[in-house]
Design a protein around this ligand. Structure first.
Ligand code: FAD
Length: 453
């Protein structure tokens, strides 16, 4: 008999687990309470990048003069932008739903919870309840924005990212709390639309987890755009009046604005799901998993943000795929463990920032000898043609073997270009393999070969 998979949550993790398991012959039921595609499509990756793309189009128009054009002006139209985002989301939802259905996955729109180790209860919006027997359960319920007790979120002036696609009106002055990836992307987004922005940075560097050289380029750009950085300050209270919001910080400083946006991380969607009751170990609400994404209960897996690993849509999808392969016995065959250290990631600011594998700063911190080569885009013909020579490509390799260990790119299209270094890192390619590739000219990717020489 086919293995019965029941998957709770239809984001990238749940979808990918469903399609892979169905393709490998399992009988699959997917329970999703909102839309198939998950928070990734509804609240996170897609609407944020759609907003950034629109802001980017405005920025390009401001750069018209540098391209030999007469200056052009564009104003944001939030109603049109809302329609545009909804159209993208609908299109993606129907393509994911179509794929799942074409593979015979049973979709239930409802809320799922465990009522026994092998029983999942689904409750639809109409209150209809069904208990579905499962040989394998995949928990993929994602996460949601963290809202501290001191933040009176109202969706109007005190916002989370979920209130920002776009907010009711363009903030005249936005105070962004949190300078991680999400925080800096929203700073970039709203300053491109024309808002004045203040960023509260709890440390002395934006993107505290990133290579300082990379973070410095972004800070430079923010300062040039007039973004005010409040460094070394932790927000601890918000006062809202008719006209202003004031964010109080622990060192006595106060940031004033018209709106405030919280970008201070997320919390897992694990409560009320019957997890602890069946013996699943949790840590801070995240499901504790091993290298196969297996929970402490053998046939129950967790993927995506709920697993407490790298909170990226791309990682969630790969976890979903690996779970299906592992649960269906492909462990010894084509299945390979997921290596989080080899996941590429990008920050969609201007310039874009992307990295993969070992960072120079991390190698330095552990005293590992590496070879670092760096090429600025100011030496790239294509960057000059595009009138944007900001940033650089950095490649980190093993000095003894030449194997590519990692890399960072700051500049136009960094999120696309990093794929080449990601492939090199995953496949164990050497710098010589990159250096001897004959690429298109003129192209930004040529900088990758130059950095590999
Ligand atoms: C603002 C923002 C921007 C981001 N941008 C990017 C990006 O550009 N690139 C990137 O790789 N990552 C990005 N991320 C991270 C990415 O969105 C997440 O890592 C990804 O969505 C995780 O996928 P998931 O499948 O675990 O969960 P989700 O996408 O959160 O999906 C979980 C699904 O489970 C459903 N669900 C929850 N509980 C239940 C239940 N009990 N029953 C039924 N259904 C349930 C939810 O409705 C949801 O649809 C961003 C995050 C944020 C906050």
């Amino acid at each position: 008999m086919a293995q019965r998979f029941v998957i709770i949550g239809g984001g990238p993790a749940g979808n990918q687990a469903a399609t892979t398991a169905a393709r490998l012959g399992a009988q699959v039921t997917l329970i999703e309470r909102d839309i198939v595609g998950g928070a990734a499509h509804l609240w996170d990756c897609i609407p944020s990048k759609a907003m950034i793309a629109t802001g980017g189009a405005m920025t390009e128009m401001r750069r018209a003069v540098g391209m030999g054009l007469v200056a052009v002006q564009a104003e944001p139209d939030f109603e049109a932008l809302r329609t545009r985002i909804a159209a993208i989301e609908n299109r993606l939802e129907s393509s994911v739903t179509g794929l799942l259905q074409s593979q015979g996955v049973r979709l239930i729109q409802g809320t799922g919870r465990l009522v026994g180790p092998h029983e999942v209860e689904a409750t639809t919006v109409d209150g209809v309840t069904e208990v579905i027997p499962a040989d394998v359960v995949v928990l993929a319920t994602g996460s949601r924005p963290r809202i501290p007790v001191w933040a009176p979120v109202d969706g109007q002036r005190v916002l989370t990212t979920r209130d920002s696609y776009p907010p009711p009106t363009l903030p005249e002055h936005l105070v962004v709390v949190g300078s991680g990836v999400t925080g800096v992307e929203f700073v970039h987004m709203f300053s491109a639309f024309g808002s004045q922005v203040t960023l509260i940075v709890s440390r002395q560097q934006v993107l505290p987890q990133k290579d300082p050289e990379v973070a410095a380029v972004l800070e430079d750009d923010f300062i040039k755009r007039g973004v005010k950085l409040l460094k070394g300050a932790r927000a601890e209270g918000i006062d809202v009046t008719d006209q202003t919001v004031s964010v109080r910080c622990d060192d006595g400083r106060v940031a004033h604005g018209s709106h405030v946006l919280l970008c201070i991380g997320s919390i897992p969607n694990s409560e009320g799901m019957g997890l602890a009751e069946v013996g699943i170990e949790l840590d801070g609400g995240y499901v504790v998993v091993d290298h196969n994404c297996k929970s402490t209960v053998g046939h129950i897996y967790a993927a995506g943000d709920l697993s407490g690993k790298l909170p990226l849509s791309s990682v969630a999808s790969m976890q979903g795929r690996k779970i299906a392969e592992h649960a269906l016995g492909m462990h010894a065959g084509p299945h390979r463990h997921l290596d989080y250290d080899k996941a590429a990631s990008a920050i969609f600011t201007d310039p874009e920032i992307a990295d993969v594998g070992l960072a120079e700063a991390d190698a330095f911190a552990v005293g590992r000898k590496v070879r670092v080569t760096k090429v600025p885009f100011s030496a790239s013909a294509k960057a000059l043609i595009n009138d944007d020579p900001r940033g650089f490509v950095k490649i980190v390799s093993d000095p003894a073997t030449g194997v590519v260990l990692g890399g960072s790119i700051v500049g136009q299209h960094a999120a696309e270009l990093i794929s080449v270094i990601a492939l090199a890192v995953t496949a164990g390619l050497k710098v010589i393999d990159l250096a001897e590739s004959i690429l298109v000219h003129p192209a930004l990717a040529e900088a990758l070969c130059d950095a590999a020489e």
